[in-house]
Design a binder for this molecule. Structure first.
Ligand code: CUA
Length: 345
């Protein structure tokens, strides 16, 4: 009896396989954030390793499946065929299918170890910037110990510079990940990891905590903002200044001091004398240049007056479980605080 080769189910299977493979191709063309869209040397090395392993795996898949399909067609049962010859064991074949995969896996191992050393070794020459990334529950603090600058949610760096990131946590394990720039490294309490990356082109690159760290883990995002070196220098000198206390916003400043904000937040020139870049001296973000940031609330909201008002009215509604309590502020108090905080450029 002749066995039909393609039934309805097979056709659907082929369609599904085609869709799966083409989605992999389209994933490579996607925009931010994607590990397949590298914007710096570390991500480039990692993407190269991915494509290399995919190439090896595709070759093995095509050869093995090709032989399998060829055998199914070539040796299929035909009408009037005698019972096939019964065989058992073939030493040559068994050696081939043991040695061949070992060679492929060894080649993959060599390239993997080479890439691990490449992305692990922090280059010593050229422009360097040192930053401490502090994982809080649930937001990122960025301390620049040399420049004496502190930010939150936005990690501003110059392009073409080796950014040497020290990873610090005193609470739970987080993971620092910027898909377009560098792979994941855990931020472990009591064990200070470090990593490096460099950005080729100016732009904003999405970062994300990649280790489950509690209720708002998914909302622990940040931006890497890469500026040309001269613009970065301008940014640094602006960030080093104490807050400008414009009398126009005196009502907001008075509320900041009287509503208990100073228990967790600091503003240089108000309740702090200088930028203390020792990690985690305060529970909440340093707000000295709050108005200059792109993101607020641990990367959940764009920094707009409307979003800040929403946050101040009820932080727990925006991000349940975070450390910021509902202060029961009136509409006019919120307006005054928003005006003051957004003025802190
Ligand atoms: Cu921090 Cu997940």
């Amino acid at each position: 009896m002749r066995i039909p080769l393609f039934r309805g189910k097979t056709r659907w299977g082929l369609l599904l396989l085609t869709l799966l493979l083409s989605s992999l191709l389209f994933a490579a063309c996607g925009g931010n954030p994607s590990i397949l869209n590298p914007a710096g040397p570390v991500a480039q090395d990692e993407a190269n390793l991915f494509w290399f392993i995919l190439g090896v795996a595709t070759f093995v898949f095509v050869v093995v499946e090709g032989i399998l399909i060829w055998s199914i067609i070539r040796f299929r049962e035909r009408p009037g065929m005698p019972t096939p010859r019964q065989i058992h064991g073939n030493t040559t074949l068994e050696i081939v299918w043991t040695v061949a995969p070992s060679i492929f896996l060894f080649v993959v191992l060599v390239f993997t170890i080479r890439t691990m050393f490449q992305v692990d070794t922090i280059p010593t020459g050229g422009q360097q910037l040192e930053v401490t990334a502090v994982g809080h529950q649930w937001w990122w603090e960025f301390d620049y110990p040399t420049q004496k600058v502190i930010t939150a949610d936005d990690l501003v760096v110059p392009t073409g510079t080796v950014v040497h990131v020290k990873l610090y946590s005193n609470n739970v394990i987080h993971s620092f990940w910027v898909p377009n720039l560098t792979g994941k490294t855990d931020v472990v309490p009591g064990h200070d990891n470090e990593k490096w990356f460099s950005v080729d082109k100016p732009g904003t690159y999405h970062g994300q905590c990649a280790e489950y760290c509690g209720l708002q883990h998914a909302n622990m995002a940040f931006n890497v903002i890469a500026l040309p070196p001269d613009q970065f220098a301008t940014w640094v000198s602006g960030q080093q200044q104490a807050a400008a206390n414009n009398p126009q916003y005196a009502r907001g400043l008075a509320l900041f001091k009287s509503k208990g904000c100073t228990a967790c937040h600091g503003i240089v020139g108000v309740n702090l004398n200088d930028f203390n870049t020792q990690p985690q001296t305060l529970v909440g973000p340093n707000l000295t240049h709050f108005g200059s940031r792109d993101m607020i609330a641990g990367g959940v909201l764009k920094n707009t007056p409307e979003n800040l008002a929403k946050w101040l009215h009820d932080p727990q509604a925006v991000k349940p479980g975070n450390d910021m309590p509902n202060l029961g502020l009136s509409q006019s108090e919120v307006n005054d605080l928003v005006a003051y905080l957004e003025s802190l450029k």
